[in-house]
Design a protein around this ligand. Structure first.
Ligand code: SAH
Length: 209
């Protein structure tokens, strides 16, 4: 997976590739899907959600330019796989999930694997998590029509926010840097994520597409 799906498609950071080698993806996939854990696509998890395609997890992680000192906010814990990758590469991760059931399952796997620097919270991630703000990096794993303003407010000056923006048909994965208090955006790729549902977002349909 690391060579074919990540390295060959341009993800070259040795730290990022090492993190992918260290995290056993099969532990985050439902037992019926284990045989597919290293396939080049998203897979279904509980609550009609998905564990993202490895390449997309790699691209988002790579865009965050983590050196191990950062405090990171993740929205959409899902299976916890991306959370584990972030926990390998950053100092501390706060990850918010709206489905309590998914958060509990993810927490169990992360604890078993020894990721003591990941803090899991059940709640509405469109509002961010002001208690631990500001964050050096923010990663959003579900798509909204627009960037939720609370998330940008909780991003430190010079920090990086990666999120998918768009509707269920067409989405762009954006990298946003906070420069002089303003967002500077660039597009990483076209993508397809489940909707971000919450007070500070715009989604209304909870099904995976
Ligand atoms: N990176 C995860 C992706 C999970 S899919 C993985 O690889 O497993 C996105 C997740 O975002 C879903 O679990 C969904 O329930 C969650 N989500 C959607 N809207 C949310 C919100 N407002 N706050 C927190 N989580 C949300």
């Amino acid at each position: 997976m690391v060579r074919r799906q990540l390295f060959r498609r341009g993800i070259r950071s040795p730290r990022v590739l090492a993190a992918f080698r260290n995290v056993p993806r099969e532990r985050f996939v439902p037992s019926g899907e284990r045989g597919e854990a290293y396939e080049d696509r998203a897979l279904p998890i509980d609550c009609r959600q998905t564990i993202s395609q490895p390449y997309i997890v790699g691209l988002m992680t790579d865009a965050l330019l983590l050196d191990g000192t950062e405090s990171v906010l993740e929205i959409g814990t899902g299976s916890g796989y991306q959370t584990a990758i972030l926990a390998e590469l950053a100092r501390h991760v706060v990850s918010i999930e709206r489905h309590g059931e998914l958060s509990i399952q993810a927490a169990a796997v992360l604890t078993e694997l020894g990721y003591g620097n990941a803090e899991l919270i059940v709640g509405d991630g469109t509002l961010g998590w002001p208690a631990a703000a500001p964050y050096d990096r923010i990663l959003v794993a579900a798509a909204a029509d627009e960037m939720p303003p609370a998330l940008f407010q909780q991003l430190r000056e010079g920090g990086i926010l990666v999120l998918p923006v768009g509707d269920s048909e067409s989405q762009s994965l954006l990298k946003i840097r906070r420069i002089n208090g303003r967002p500077e955006a660039s597009e990483l790729t076209a993508c397809r994520f489940v909707p971000l549902i919450g007070a500070g977002g715009a989604g209304s349909d909870d099904s995976a597409t």
